[in-house]
Design a protein around this ligand. Structure first.
Ligand SMILES: [Zn+2]
Length: 507
C-alpha cells in the first residue's frame, strides 16, 4: 500500500485564488459527428421513440496528480461531483456506477499541452470495460475534452460539484455533438472567416475534426461541412446537431444567459429570422449555472449509442446488491484516543455491508470544517505517514456504494491530538526562525534568519498543499524565478531530522 505523506497547515481565512475555469477553453472536444450518429439520424424511424429500459454505465475514474503527489483533485469533492453527474442525468434512465477508482501520479498527464499527449496517456491507463474519466490539472488548456477512441479529461478547476463539464463530456462520449456544431471555428474552420450575428448566417459552415478519427492521421487536415440550422426547423434533420428539439445555436464561446435561460446574443438565421440560443442544454456553451437538461432526442440518441457502441460494457440493471442505510453503522476503531505519541498512524474501521468504497477524511476542528486530507479507498484502513500536527485534528469515514453518491452520511468524528509533535511545529523552535520578509510584494527573495540552526534544504507549498518549489538552502535564501500568485504559502525548512514550517504571504 502506498503510504500517504500529509502536512497539516495552519489555515487562515484567506480564500483560494480565482479558480472558476472561465479562463479556459470550455471544451476541447472538436466538432465531430460519428459515423454512427450520422447513420442513426438518417434512420431514426428504426429506433424507439421513447426511452426503453434503464442503462447502467460503468465509470473508470482517476484522479491524477504530479509525480510528487501534488495537485490531486479533492476526493471529498469528487464524490459530490459524482452526485452532480447522477442528478444531471436524472430522468434520462442513464445511471452511473463507479467500476474502478484510481489515483495516478504522472506529471506529464497532469499537465499536458495537447490532446494527442492526453490520448497517449489514456491509452496507457484506460480500462477496457468502462467509460474512462481523468481529473487533471490542465487538459491541454481546456475545461475538458472527450476522445471518442480513448476517454474524457477534465480540468480540476471545471470539475467542482456546481460544474457540468463532466456531464457535457459524457454527452459527447454518448455521441452528442454541440448544438452549434460547425461554428466551433466560427463560420470557417479556424476563425479565418468573420461573421456578424446581426447579418444572416451562411447556408453552411466548415469544421475541422482532424484529431477525432480512430486512427490518428496527423499530416492531413480533415474538414467537413455543416448545414446551418434555420429557426423554422425546416432543415433541422440535416443541419446543426441533427436534432430537431434543439434550437439553432451558433455560439461557440462561453456565454451568459438571461432570466429566460436564453443567450443575450441575438443571432440571425440564413433567411434573416432572429433568435437567441437555448442555455438550458448541457451540450451548449452556456455558463454552468444556466444548463440543466438534455433534450428528448438527445436522450434517445444517447441510449441508442450506448446500446450499439458500448453494448459490451453497459448493464441493464443495477450492479449493486443492496443499499447503505444512513452511515451503515460504521464503527471507527483505531486510533480513538487522544495523546498519541507517534506520528505514523494506521486508521482502522469496521467494514460496512454494501459499501464498495470509503471516503477517509482528516480535518481540523470539531466539525472538520477544514479537510486537509482525503482519499477514497476500498479497504477498511488507511496508513498515514508523517502526520505532523500541533493542532487537534479529527478523522471520519463515509461509506458509499458504487451506485449512490448523494446524501451520504459519515461516521462519527473522532478528535485526536498528537502529544509527540515533531519539530515541525515546535513553537520554541519556530520562534527562533523567521522568514524575512514574510509579506512579499515585489520581492522575489526570502531570507531565513535563525539562531544556531543552519537549514540545508527547503520546500515551498501553496495553501492547497501543492509543492511549488524546493531545493538546497544555499546562503539561507530562497529565490523565486517569478512572482508567485497572490495568496498564502508554507515553507518547510529542513536540517537533518529537524523540520520547521513557516508561512508567508504574497500580495
Ligand atoms: Zn463539448
Amino acid at each position: 500500500m502506498r503510504t500517504l505523506l500529509v502536512f497539516i497547515f495552519a489555515l487562515s481565512t484567506i480564500s483560494l485564488i480565482g479558480q472558476n475555469g472561465y479562463e479556459l477553453n470550455p471544451c476541447g472536444t472538436e466538432p465531430y459527428k460519428s459515423p454512427w450518429l450520422k447513420q442513426y439520424q438518417k434512420n431514426k424511424d428504426a429506433y424507439p421513440t421513447k426511452v426503453e429500459g434503464e442503462v447502467y454505465v460503468p465509470l473508470n475514474v482517476a484522479v491524477v496528480g504530479t509525480d510528487e503527489g501534488a495537485g490531486r483533485f479533492s476526493e471529498s469533492r469528487l464524490v459530490e461531483s459524482l452526485c452532480t453527474l447522477t442528478n444531471d442525468f436524472d430522468g434520462t434512465d442513464i445511471f452511473f456506477y463507479l467500476e474502478t477508482y484510481r489515483t495516478i501520479y504522472d506529471s506529464e498527464f497532469f499537465e499536458h499541452s495537447n490532446v494527442l499527449e492526453g490520448a497517449a496517456k489514456m491509452f496507457e491507463y484506460d480500462s477496457e470495460n468502462a467509460i474512462n474519466s481523468y481529473l487533471v490539472g490542465s487538459p491541454a488548456g481546456n475545461c475538458g475534452y472527450n476522445l471518442p477512441y480513448a476517454g474524457i479529461a477534465l480540468s480540476n478547476s471545471c470539475a467542482s460539484p456546481s460544474d457540468h463539464t463532466w456531464t457535457h463530456e459524457l454527452g459527447h462520449a454518448f455521441s452528442l455533438p454541440h448544438p452549434f456544431i460547425g461554428w466551433e471555428g466560427g463560420a470557417g474552420y479556424e476563425g479565418e472567416i468573420g461573421h456578424n450575428y446581426a447579418d444572416p448566417a451562411p447556408e453552411t459552415v466548415l469544421y475541422n475534426y482532424t484529431l477525432f478519427q480512430d486512427t490518428l492521421i496527423l499530416d492531413t487536415l480533415i474538414i467537413d461541412t455543416a448545414f446551418v440550422e434555420y429557426l423554422d426547423g425546416s432543415n433541422c434533420h440535416i443541419a446543426g446537431d441533427g436534432f430537431c428539439d434543439t434550437k439553432p445555436d451558433y455560439l461557440s464561446v462561453r456565454w451568459a444567459c438571461d432570466s429566460n435561460f436564453e443567450s443575450f446574443n441575438e443571432q440571425t438565421d440564413p433567411s434573416g429570422e432572429k433568435f437567441k440560443s437555448d442555455a438550458t442544454l448541457f451540450m451548449s456553451y452556456a455558463f454552468d449555472a444556466c444548463a440543466s437538461r438534455f433534450s428528448e432526442e438527445q436522450v434517445l440518441a444517447m441510449h441508442a449509442s450506448l446500446e450499439e457502441e458500448d453494448g459490451d460494457i453497459i448493464l441493464a440493471q443495477t450492479p449493486a446488491t443492496g443499499e447503505i442505510v444512513g452511515n451503515g453503522d460504521i464503527q471507527l476503531y483505531t486510533p480513538y484516543d487522544a495523546d498519541l505519541d507517534y506520528k505514523d498512524i494506521v486508521f482502522n474501521w469496521g467494514e460496512v455491508e454494501h459499501a464498495d468504497y470509503y471516503l477517509f477524511q482528516l480535518g481540523l476542528g470539531e466539525g472538520m470544517s477544514v479537510i486537509f486530507f482525503d482519499t477514497i479507498v476500498q479497504t477498511s484502513k488507511v496508513e498515514v505517514a508523517e502526520l505532523n500536527s500541533a493542532l487537534p485534528f479529527s478523522w471520519a469515514v463515509t461509506p458509499f456504494s458504487a451506485v449512490d453518491f448523494c446524501d451520504l452520511e459519515s461516521s462519527e468524528i473522532v478528535e485526536l491530538e498528537l502529544s509527540d509533535v515533531s519539530s515541525i511545529d515546535d513553537q520554541l523552535l519556530a520562534d527562533k526562525v523567521k522568514l524575512v520578509p514574510n509579506l512579499l510584494t515585489d520581492d522575489q527573495k526570502i531570507r531565513v534568519e535563525s539562531e544556531g540552526l543552519n537549514f540545508s534544504s527547503y520546500e515551498v507549498y501553496s495553501l492547497a498543499g501543492n509543492m511549488i518549489q524546493s531545493g538546497d538552502l544555499q546562503g539561507q535564501e530562497i529565490e523565486f524565478p517569478q512572482r508567485l500568485r497572490e495568496g498564502m504559502y508554507f515553507v518547510i525548512l529542513k536540517d537533518g531530522p529537524v523540520k520547521v514550517c513557516l508561512k508567508f504571504l504574497q500580495q
